[in-house]
Design a protein around this ligand. Structure first.
Ligand SMILES: Cc1cc2nc3c(=O)[nH]c(=O)nc-3n(C[C@H](O)[C@H](O)[C@H](O)COP(=O)(O)OP(=O)(O)OC[C@H]3O[C@@H](n4cnc5c(N)ncnc54)[C@H](O)[C@@H]3O)c2cc1C
Length: 354
């Protein structure tokens, strides 16, 4: 680590492409059941034939936590500047600062709750010492390959309590002196003996090493060839339902069955070309997270079609959605050329979460 920091001009390291996503993997096994919906406003409807007209009422949440802020006067130069306070950026900042390295983490909204519903393999999270940040576990994961064949994986899957995880990482960052600054990075400059970032509020920060943890939409990552990626696209809902058919001790990693498209010739034809699967985390008999996912397609499958397939699937499974608590759209570039050398270095440096 120390020798890495001595590299000048510093390489721009990237944490994107590090996660083993889609690691979406398996039936809610309360940890105990700490999942909380009591404070949320929930969109409700008396119509049960389609959930698409239900607007989730949950609003983006901001965390009430006291973090140490960057002050121009006290530290003109850092050892490491981390761009992005997502899971990867915060974990990296926390791990690096434990070793006495001076870190500043930049994000347009460092205290916002992360928007995505995260699922992870329990053993991987345990090995990171983060098992306290799971709010549900399923001992078995299953994959429905078709109507006749189902595979059971003897590997536990968990749902991340993203509030607990973010608070834990922020707290450890604060303990180890990480400074935070609310800004979007516009530009990264590399000079002979140091690098710097220029932010949208005019702040310029200098550092020996800049780490790009701004996610898959990074504008700083360089590729050595033109990029024409495929895309993963998914629509997910955390839903209150009248009933569902899932076992509570099994998480459905992938349900590839297509019999629900029997009366939908157009959807069936396009599903043969670009198939989608259902990912389901049953929390209890009335609460379930459901996501219809196209693993990868080029060009990207239409979002409206993903939703239509999900409506047909839920109807056949007998799932009537009473209320949508949260929804999420996933659109992630997949594949394409490799990163340039400086960013590739980080592939071997597995400090990120996923
Ligand atoms: C709907 C959805 C569901 C997902 N589910 C899973 C899952 O179940 N399991 C899984 O492993 N992965 C999942 N993923 C993939 C997920 O993106 C990553 O696992 C994880 O969020 C990556 O973390 P990250 O910190 O690299 O990036 P992000 O979470 O994208 O965080 C990047 C941060 O950088 C900030 N930022 C961006 N640009 C700048 C800038 N110019 N200057 C300063 N800050 C900037 C952003 O505000 C953000 O806070 C999902 C993704 C989506 C969209």
């Amino acid at each position: 680590m120390a020798s890495l920091l001595k590299l000048t001009p510093s390489p721009l390291l990237s944490t994107s492409n590090l996660c083993s996503f889609p690691a979406k993997t398996p039936t809610w096994h309360p940890i105990p059941h700490t999942f909380r919906i009591k404070d949320r406003q929930i969109a409700q409807s008396s119509k049960f034939d389609s959930f698409l007209d239900l607007e989730p009422k949950s609003k983006p949440e901001s965390l009430n936590f006291d973090i140490p802020w960057f002050n121009q006067a006290d530290r003109p130069k850092f050892d490491v500047v981390v761009i992005g306070a997502g899971p990867a950026g915060l974990r990296l900042a926390e791990q690096v600062s434990r070793r006495g390295i001076k870190v500043c983490c930049l994000d347009p909204s460092p205290l916002s709750m992360w928007p995505n519903n995260y699922g992870v393999w329990v053993d991987e999270f345990e090995s990171l010492g983060l098992e306290d940040c799971l709010d549900a576990k399923w001992p078995i994961t299953c994959v429905h390959i078709n109507d006749r064949k189902t595979k059971y994986l003897d590997r536990a899957y968990g749902r991340v309590n993203r509030k607990d995880l973010k608070l834990r990482l922020l707290s450890e960052c604060a303990t180890h002196g990480v400074r935070f600054h609310t800004a979007k990075v516009w530009k990264v400059n590399h000079e002979e003996f140091e690098s710097s970032v220029l932010c949208d509020d005019g702040t310029e920060l200098r550092a020996s090493l800049i780490v790009d943890a701004s996610g898959f939409g990074s504008t700083f990552t360089e590729y050595d060839k033109p990029r024409n990626p495929g895309f993963q696209i998914a629509h997910g809902i955390l839903a209150e339902v009248d009933e569902h058919p899932f076992d509570l001790d099994k998480m459905v990693l992938m349900d590839w069955r297509d019999s629900h498209l029997g009366n939908e010739p157009q959807l069936r034809a396009s599903n043969s070309k670009f198939p989608t699967f259902l990912y389901a985390m049953p929390f209890d008999s009335k609460l379930v997270f459901l996501e219809e996912t196209s693993l990868v397609s080029r060009p990207v499958l239409s979002y409206a079609e993903v939703k239509r397939r999900m409506v047909a699937r839920l109807r056949q499974l007998g799932i009537r959605v009473r209320a949508v608590i949260e929804d999420e759209k996933c659109l992630i570039p997949m594949g394409g050329p490799l990163l340039q050398l400086a960013t590739q270095l980080f592939r071997q440096w597995r400090l990120a979460l996923w």
